[in-house]
Design a protein around this ligand. Sequence first.
Ligand code: 6CS
Length: 353
Amino acid sequence: MKKILALILAVMTMMTVAGCSGTTNDTSATSDDVKVWRFCHEESVGSVQDQFAMKFKELVEEKSGGKIRVDVYPVGQLADGVGAIELLRYNAVNFAINNPATVATIIPENQLLMLHYVFSDDMEVNRKALNEGNATKELDRLYTEKDMIPLNWFQEGFQVVTSNFPIYTPEDMNGFKIRVMASPLLIAAYSAYGCNPTPVPYMETYSNLQLNMIDGQVNPVFAIEEMKFYEVQEYLNFLNHEVFIGTFCTNPEFWESLTEEEKTMVMEIQEELDQYVFDMQNQYSQERLEKILANKPSIELIEYTDEERAAFQEKAQAGYDYYLGLTGEEGQKLLNMLQEDIAAAEKEVNQDI
Ligand code: 6CS
């Protein structure tokens, strides 16, 4: 608790020194009566999360006729992924994008979204399941109980394993020291392939790879490009086993302080952003891969046949057992819901074709 208060105090001081408003959604916050909303995320400038935040800023400022200003804090400037959750819950920031790993210790059930091979290979299907399904609605409820309100669940691309040796079978991963985000489920899931999963902060991953403290890591293509992980890795292994999910959140204290008009504006903007971020992650997955190949033509891409993937899928079952052991009935209910959501979305998308 003391640590959280110290973090919040440090951040508030930093924002005041930087000339930002002192209190949230407070019209007296700036001399010209402009309300200031604060938005933080952990990714680089120009990343998927950053583009989302900057578009949100543009739309809020435009639609409010300049009455609201959005200050975006990227690159974990205010706090790393886990720290940013506390800033959001205590309303030191008003909006944040987080991911299931950063919330894992607060809401273990949400690790459902990192189970291997739980999602479809078709991003449109996943989008429908995340937007319209019951599993995210149930997660919304669990998040709200913990002082976070999810406004949008979106994909940032498939997770890709990078390494200095080719990975064709789970056996090739034996003893592989892979950097993962700090989630107990991810540790269990990668251990099931024989890996030695090691949590390392995002911003320290490049230097850990460079110094051979770790052998590889896992992230979407756009992140592998912008964080330069490819410079110190030889293989991109496209297992398509996990989808990186971003959660755009606010908190109840801030939300309740908004007028009905402001709430409606935010909800309309998040709907617009849903299409925007979907198109962007699609475009980034292609463009950033081309950039990696242009900068490092020697890098090898490994793709898998259904049969080769089946060997990984079989091992991935241990991750499900771990998840269900950890979360019990609530976890089982959520898993059933997500699988039904994906099956229903698959049906709908295929009917549309
Ligand atoms: O791997 C990570 O820790 C980070 N990856 C991405 C794509 N976004 C933020 C996150 O913390």
